[in-house]
Design a protein around this ligand. Structure first.
Ligand SMILES: [Zn+2]
Length: 425
């Protein structure tokens, strides 16, 4: 009997070990970008102010940069339904929301997030006391309804969600992703620009008149140039956080970064869509257009500002853009590259770089999707390659990629890129 038990135990363990290892699903990536008209269309501005429920002593507010809250209805003494709508339609499912809520006396409320027809809940709620430092809502206080069971995309999302919030006199901020508004981005860029070979200036104005800020890092008169952009799409914060760590590494005090900055001029537009960000847009600029479809016709001031800057810089330095990168967020980490058959100013740079990054991040298997079509340019990476010969890619980070891994990957990526470009030039 004893032997039999041992044997069956052994068999059980063996059968556990023999189970095929279940591989994590891999995000298949988007199809080719659909060509759309990019002439300005109307957008819907949200009403701004306080939504006050006097009898229950609860005040909601959307009166701040980056807010998106289009209506609140009280269901019972402690439950409220918030409505979040987009700036215009058609639009993809990236319903960003941000609002503040307070009460004179401490209390617990439930807030149900609902959206316009055809839209589901995408971004996990983050909480903040100051609008700058965020923590995810405790999962015990989060209830998704009718959640799909797919790994990515619409089929992975709940139709709506409910959150339980402890509120009081100090306003509690709730947002779909961390708020990185134009003021916060400006604060970050201005601080970086206190270093001696870094400056921050404006290369134009957005449709609503906000500055298109540009960080210039390293030797700005160098013939060897790099273009970095992020936040064409307002809620794509994880891509923005990656850009931040990437740029901070290039701007750092390391020996490598200093050497790199002597040889290269690095130009960064950290916030491509400042109007969209400050108005809490889901995707478009104030012209109601997806900026990342406007790199062919340049109907919008934000894309035109970057084009004019790059063209002028090439003329001024008689130099070349060797590399162009555009940071975004999507369902999972993925690189949208350009097929190696298209050779730019530094052939092989992107594949060699991504190989080097993979070697330095143990257990990381990069998802790379090269495109074999670069015209019409429409999207930034194709424009960087076709108009300037820059080796170019879109660097996408998952909505829920852990924030410390975002930073680690971006730091390794910036270091490997600097090493390779110094070697290849
Ligand atoms: Zn995007």
């Amino acid at each position: 009997m004893k032997n039999f038990l041992w044997l069956s135990c052994f068999a059980f363990i063996f059968s556990l070990n023999a189970q095929p290892v279940k591989k994590a699903p891999v995000y298949a990536g988007q199809g080719p970008a659909v060509i759309v008209l990019t002439e300005s269309k109307p957008t819907q501005k949200q009403w701004k102010g306080n939504f006050t429920f006097e009898e229950s002593d609860v005040v909601f507010s959307n009166d701040f940069e980056g807010a998106r809250l289009n209506g609140v209805i009280q269901i019972n003494d402690s439950t409220f339904t918030a409505l979040i709508t987009s700036e215009n339609t058609p639009i993809n499912t990236s319903p960003w929301y941000a609002f503040r809520v307070s009460a004179k006396k401490p209390k617990t409320i439930n807030v149900v997030l609902t959206y316009q027809d055809g839209i589901k809940s995408r971004y996990y709620p983050k909480l903040s006391k100051d609008g700058e430092h965020w923590t995810p809502l405790d999962s015990l206080n989060y209830t998704p309804f009718e959640k799909g069971n797919e790994a990515f995309g619409m089929g992975s999302l709940p139709l709506k969600v409910s959150m339980k919030l402890e509120i009081g006199n100090e306003p509690l901020w709730i947002a779909g992703q961390e708020l990185e508004t134009s003021s916060i981005v400006r604060k970050w860029a201005t601080k970086l620009a206190t270093e001696k070979d870094i400056s921050y200036s404006s290369i134009g104005k957005s449709k609503e008149g906000r500055d298109m800020g540009l960080l210039s890092i390293g030797k700005s008169e160098s013939k060897n140039m790099i273009m970095i952009i992020s936040r064409q799409h307002p809620p794509e914060i994880t891509g923005y956080l990656s850009m931040k760590a990437f740029v901070e590494t290039i701007a750092s005090d390391s020996k490598l970064a200093k050497k790199f900055r002597k040889k290269f001029g690095v130009f960064v537009v950290p916030l491509m869509n400042p109007d969209g960000v400050d108005n809490g847009h889901w995707r478009h600029n104030m012209g109601g257009v997806d900026l990342n479809r406007d790199w062919e016709n340049f109907n919008q001031p934000e894309t035109s500002a970057v084009r004019d800057f790059m063209v002028a810089k090439e003329k001024e330095t008689n130099g070349k853009f060797y590399f162009g990168i555009d940071f975004h967020s999507t369902w999972d980490d993925i690189y949208y590259t350009i097929d190696a058959k298209f050779e730019g100013n530094m052939p092989g740079l992107v594949p060699d770089w991504l190989d080097a990054v993979k070697l330095d991040l143990s257990g990381y298997d990069p998802n790379i999707k090269p495109s074999d079509k670069v015209k019409p340019t429409a999207v930034s990476k194709n424009y960087f390659y076709v108009a300037h010969g820059a080796e170019a890619l879109v660097f996408e980070i998952g909505d829920n990629t852990p924030r410390d891994f975002i930073k680690e990957k971006a730091t390794v990526s910036a270091n490997k890129l600097m090493m390779l470009m110094l070697k290849k030039l």
